[in-house]
Write a protein that binds this ligand. Structure first.
Ligand SMILES: *[C@@H]1O[C@H](CO)[C@@H](O)[C@H](O)[C@H]1NC(C)=O
Ligand SMILES: *[C@@H]1O[C@H](CO)[C@@H](O)[C@H](O)[C@H]1NC(C)=O
Ligand SMILES: *[C@@H]1O[C@H](CO)[C@@H](O)[C@H](O)[C@H]1NC(C)=O
Ligand SMILES: *[C@@H]1O[C@H](CO)[C@@H](O)[C@H](O)[C@H]1NC(C)=O
Length: 753
């Protein structure tokens, strides 16, 4: 059933090789094609639909993409995308630092400043009336490429105002022209038209795409990404429809249907020929062919290389049949489940791909070699270039911090009634470094302060209660006593506490509410977020502390762990959607070495203590348990957001080593007692807190790890910070390669003391 003799096939390959050689020459001759895109404009079908088909559908007749498990992996709810998560267009938007491109149809008050998407699931390149005339039925509507272009033209005044502003907008946009045309072939193939009849459509489809490009070039378009068709012979709907006992029809390596893949190659070669013609006609325009065909095929050829299962043809969301796909039993309909691990699959629902496959295709386009000619990112800001080469080095311009007393630089005091200040507002807090209380829960600086110093930034000012503070280089929302979970949630579980109700959620809300003051326009705010180091915690420690201090059983406390982690994870996701790129997420401390815990849970049973450190083993185990779960969640997030740098801060081991080898760090032997406290085995009594009258500071705080029974000394915080900044307690380690040598050396001398 091969529809091309080998010879003509080879000939076409040679011709296309010759043409691409010519292309290289023209590219070199013309001006550089690098453009710092300001938006994305997209036309196409379900491969790029971010919600249009749903927007166009009547609410009682929604397409399958409106139902779970569509969207499950990434958005956790259906968005109208035909996948378990993001599409190629989403990964391109993320790469360029843009928000996901909003659908045009059916959206009210959409913000189209950074992009607009006209791609509609089921759309064809040719008019539906034209196809119907040829006996090809379009089952899902008539929003062809021509209709999409028409919608774009009619909405221009709303999108960009004056004709010259619109020319600017179109000229600075990356225009995604497709994939489109796939459905023009799908419908007749599914209707069992002969391949000769279908091949007759190819020049017509390509002509339509070419006209659309020409029209947009006339409107000012400068950069087009024009994808070809996928290897249809690897598509499950085709594999099911055209299943055959004739082994020779299948490619032995992939199991795909060879003759169908050859049809896709035929379309793609004709399309590339036409694109070459357009390039010659418009030498000032950059027309890039997106080789979806080979970017996808390699996944099926070498699945292991990409972490996919071997022979990854079956669909993840489907049921029954050789390829886990049955006509009439669609993904999104009742009773159709989805596979345990979509990241091992290429095919999602029989027609569309998984987020993993789309991500790999997008990477293959953005970083080569599947865009022809390759994108030229040379003129883009260094951040984007760094993304390109996957180094995560970032020259941070500010620090944004959320958390509790471990990072509070003055918020609790700022939120307090001046006549009823917390103990942290009194000496000897702050004594060692600031020589007066600042609201920090230590004798001097905290981890966040040492990080700021290392980056050459000012110490991060507290947000709450501060008037006229300058937040240009950082803003801190961490409040002493704060929990990850809402107060109401904890109280429902019988966990009552007298401390602040400014939970992580409240801190995040404060941040969002204050954005216009902090950074101005929404695009300036995205810039700020992208260039910030975001400290997410430590937070969650108090959720456990309050429960432990009330004597709750450990089983009940362990039940809080997934909730705490989920609230941290949601906060990170929300910040990523706002543009956040680098997160430092600390785990919990070794609770069994904390003086408050050692005092409450003191026991005569020596076996409960670690003989080397004197810490309570079972409490440290709890810290390890929580930290392990937190790291698993961070790993998941890192996979979901490969362009984001999520760093786990191993506070636990960075502190443990101080108790294990105190002499190495200049501490006293067995440095468990609190420096500022009174009485008891560990120099700590509940009710006689540091900061209260008569409770004093030890002579040499640099010999102590524990400061007030709950918090650590400046010396301990400095050592933790160094352990993070210079390794090995940041996982993965920070990449400082792009920083100036002055910054890299900053703090190194101090470390040697
Ligand atoms: C598309 O179809 C709808 C009805 O299904 C019709 O009202 C509309 O005019 C058609 N649009 C085009 C551009 O053909
Ligand atoms: C087939 O789809 C089901 C969901 O209906 C999924 O649980 C299963 O893992 C898939 N099977 C294969 C072989 O991929
Ligand atoms: C926090 O508590 C104060 C009173 O202590 C109350 O006025 C405020 O509404 C609470 N805020 C939240 C977010 O619960
Ligand atoms: C306990 O704290 C007091 C201050 O109240 C300090 O002077 C003393 O050195 C501490 N004792 C020990 C054993 O660390």
């Amino acid at each position: 059933m091969a529809y091309q003799s080998l010879d003509s096939h080879v000939l076409i390959k040679l011709v296309s090789f010759f043409l691409s050689t010519l292309l290289v020459v023209t590219t070199v001759r013309s001006e550089t094609k690098c453009r710092s895109f300001e938006s994305i404009i997209s036309f196409g079908d379900s491969i790029a639909d971010t919600g249009n088909l749903i927007g166009l559908s009547s609410p009682n007749q929604l397409p399958e993409s409106a139902f779970p498990p569509y969207g499950e992996t990434f958005f956790h709810h259906p968005t109208g995308r035909f996948s378990d998560g993001r599409l190629v267009i989403d990964f391109i938007a993320e790469f360029l630092g843009f928000p996901h491109v909003p659908p045009f149809y059916g959206s009210k008050n959409g913000n189209f400043e950074k992009g607009v998407n006209f791609a509609v699931g089921a759309a064809t390149a040719l008019e539906s009336s034209f196809l119907e005339e040829r006996g090809i039925h379009c089952p899902y509507g008539n929003i062809s490429l021509g209709v999409q272009i028409q919608s774009f033209k009619e909405s221009l005044l709303n999108l960009c105002g004056s004709p010259s502003d619109c020319r600017d907008m179109i000229g600075n946009a990356l225009i995604l022209m497709g994939e489109i045309g796939g459905n023009d072939y799908n419908y007749p193939f599914f209707g069992r038209k002969t391949i000769e009849e279908i091949k007759e459509l190819v020049p017509l489809v390509i002509n339509t795409i070419s006209s659309a490009i020409t029209e947009l070039v006339d409107m000012g378009g400068k950069t087009f990404l024009v994808p070809g068709n996928f290897p249809l012979g690897c598509s499950v709907i085709y594999l099911t429809l055209y299943q055959t006992p004739n082994k020779e029809d299948y490619d032995p390596l992939t199991g795909c249907l060879t003759w169908l893949n050859e049809f896709s190659e035929y379309h793609n070669e004709k399309l590339q020929t036409e694109l070459n013609r357009l390039r010659k006609l418009y030498p000032h325009v950059n027309i890039i062919y997106g080789d979806y065909y080979n970017a996808l095929l390699r996944l099926i050829q070498e699945p292991a290389k990409f972490g996919l299962m071997s022979r990854p043809l079956p669909v993840c969301c489907g049921s029954g049949g050789t390829y886990n796909f049955t006509f009439g039993v669609k993904c999104g309909s009742k009773g159709v489940g989805y596979c345990d691990d979509p990241s091992k699959y290429v095919n999602w629902d029989g027609v569309h791909m998984t987020e993993t496959a789309y991500r790999l295709i997008a990477e293959g386009l953005l970083k080569g070699p599947y865009s022809i000619p390759p994108f030229d990112w040379s003129c883009l800001s260094s951040e984007i270039e760094n993304k390109d080469s996957e180094t995560q080095c970032r020259n941070f311009k500010s620090i944004i911090s959320f958390g509790d007393s471990i990072a509070d630089t003055g918020n609790l005091v700022g939120l307090s009634d001046p006549n009823d200040l917390p103990h942290v507002a009194f000496p000897p807090y702050g004594e060692t470094f600031f020589h007066h209380p600042t609201g920090r829960f230590s004798n001097g600086r905290l981890v966040i302060d040492f990080i700021a110093e290392f980056l050459g930034l000012p110490l991060v000012p507290p947000f709450y209660g501060s008037q006229n503070a300058n937040f240009e280089k950082g803003v801190n929302f961490a409040v002493g006593g704060a929990t990850a979970l809402e107060r109401s949630f904890l109280e429902e579980r019988g966990i009552h506490f007298a401390y602040t109700n400014v939970s992580l959620g409240v801190q995040l809300r404060s941040f969002k509410d204050s954005l216009p003051n902090l950074c101005g326009s929404s695009s300036d705010c995205r810039d700020m977020m992208e260039n910030a180091l975001i400290l997410m915690g430590e937070i969650g420690g108090n959720d456990y502390n309050y429960a432990f201090f009330l004597g709750k059983p450990i089983q009940e406390i362990k039940e809080l762990v997934p909730f705490v982690i989920s609230s941290i994870s949601s906060a990170i996701k929300e910040l990523i959607n706002m543009g956040g790129r680098t997160f430092l997420v600390p785990g919990d401390f070794p609770l069994g070495c904390s003086v408050a815990y050692l005092t409450i849970y003191q026991t005569s049973n020596m076996e409960e203590y670690d003989p080397k450190t004197g810490c309570l083993k079972w409490l440290n185990k709890f810290g390890e348990y929580y930290n392990k779960q937190l790291q698993a969640e961070l790993n998941k997030l890192q996979k979901l957001y490969p362009h984001v740098n999520i760093i786990y801060a191993d506070y636990y081991n960075a502190v443990s080593r101080l108790f294990q080898e105190p002499a190495k760090f200049g501490f006293m032997n067995r440095p468990l007692p609190a420096c500022c406290g009174l009485g008891g085995s560990y120099n700590f009594t509940f009710g006689r807190k540091c900061g209260f009258q008569g409770v004093e500071c030890c002579n040499d705080p640099t010999k102590y790890v524990n400061w007030d029974g709950v918090h650590l000394t400046e010396s301990a915080y400095r050592l933790i910070a160094e352990g993070l900044l210079k390794g090995p307690y940041a996982i993965p380690p920070f990449d400082w390669s792009c920083l100036s040598s002055e910054i890299k050396n900053n703090g190194l001398d101090e470390q040697l003391m």
